[in-house]
Design a binder for this molecule. Structure first.
Ligand code: URA
Length: 237
């Protein structure tokens, strides 16, 4: 890809502005040679003001989504993109959340610009397990684990039952739930179906990935080892 489009597609600036950056000698190779619009160096060898570029398309990151942020730019209020470098919101291909967390949910959110990978993680057949910690309005009755594991629970206005899910009670009003689907407001609707109400919801893991010590509002790029772990876990599940 031509240098101007490559830099513009990473969201650093418009194509016109990138041409100006090239004229000003701000784009160089790793050894300091000034690049021209015709240069075609490897992505990893390009420097902008001496700094390496953001990852090429195929980027995957994890964000510790805090409470109060929405995953959709069409919803009002604060959006997850405000937690990332501004240019990430201008990338082409678009950087999108892998499934969604509700505005009032917290925890692990993956984001990628790799459409096939996004599909591989979210497709119902992929069965990538996602684990949540739910804080409930009322104590658990003891029946929930069996109902969720049954594979017959039907959510209101749906036509197919939920795949079996695993619930482990951790406190009278707290549970850890693992699901392999990603239906709309799934966890909240599952607890509504058994007469309870989710007051707080936190996603701890997606496949084999956890947040580790990533603080709320912070993000990090995934490594190839992280990605391998993500799918290994779903193949074991
Ligand atoms: N299920 C929900 O109800 N909400 C979320 O944010 C994620 C799963």
């Amino acid at each position: 890809m031509r240098l101007v489009r490559l830099i513009a597609n990473l969201g650093y600036a418009s194509q016109k502005e990138v041409r100006g950056m090239i004229r000003d000698g701000r784009l160089t190779s790793a050894d300091g040679a000034i690049l021209t619009a015709e240069s075609r160096p490897d992505h990893t060898q390009i420097r902008l003001d001496g700094e390496g570029l953001d990852p090429a398309p195929g980027m995957v990151l994890m964000l510790h989504k805090p409470f109060g942020y929405t995953c959709s730019t069409s919803d009002p209020g604060r959006v997850i993109y405000e937690l990332l470098p501004e240019r990430f919101g201008r990338r082409n291909p678009v950087l999108a959340p892998v499934g969604r967390l509700d505005r009032d949910s917290t925890g692990l959110l993956l984001m990628t610009d790799d459409g096939p990978l996004l599909h591989r993680i979210t497709a119902p057949r992929s069965h990538v397990p996602k684990t949540y910690e739910a804080t409930l309005a009322r104590p658990l009755t003891g029946d929930e684990a069996e109902i969720f594991a049954s594979g017959t629970l039907m959510l209101r206005s749906e036509t197919t039952p939920l795949a079996p899910a695993v619930l482990v009670a951790t406190e009278p009003c707290k549970a850890r739930i693992t699901i392999v689907e990603g239906r709309y407001h799934q966890i909240k609707r599952m607890f509504a179906a058994v007469g309870n109400h989710v007051e707080q919801l936190h996603r701890c893991t997606v496949g084999g990935l956890g947040l580790g010590d990533l603080a709320p509002g912070k993000w990090r790029l995934l490594t190839p080892a992280d990605l391998a772990g993500l799918f290994e876990e779903s193949e074991r599940a």
